[in-house]
Design a protein around this ligand. Sequence first.
Ligand SMILES: [Zn+2]
Length: 112
Amino acid sequence: MPTDREQEIVEAMKRLTAESHRLITQHQEVMREYERLKDELETIRGRRKSVFHAEKLVECSHCGRQTSIGAAVLLDIVVMSRKRCEVCGREYLIFNDVPMTEEQYKNRATDK
Ligand SMILES: [Zn+2]
């Protein structure tokens, strides 16, 4: 015959087990929501990256090969920048988004 104390303990253990199951379920729901939000954030960031932060390629004015000017906002116009071709290693300028050698740039300036 169980004592009152034994009965009390068994009841308390049952309550704790039920509470534990409730917390586990809640934890799983919270983690599912967390993962869902994380996925959504990665999708949003991935989409933005592909639209705005893709590598911008220009044609080298020395060798004519495609060379990257790095991650750039594709909608931005590069007004004035000095870059080094990844293929031939020579420097060129980008003026109003048009790659040109220093010579070409100077000639362009004196044409006016
Ligand atoms: Zn080049």
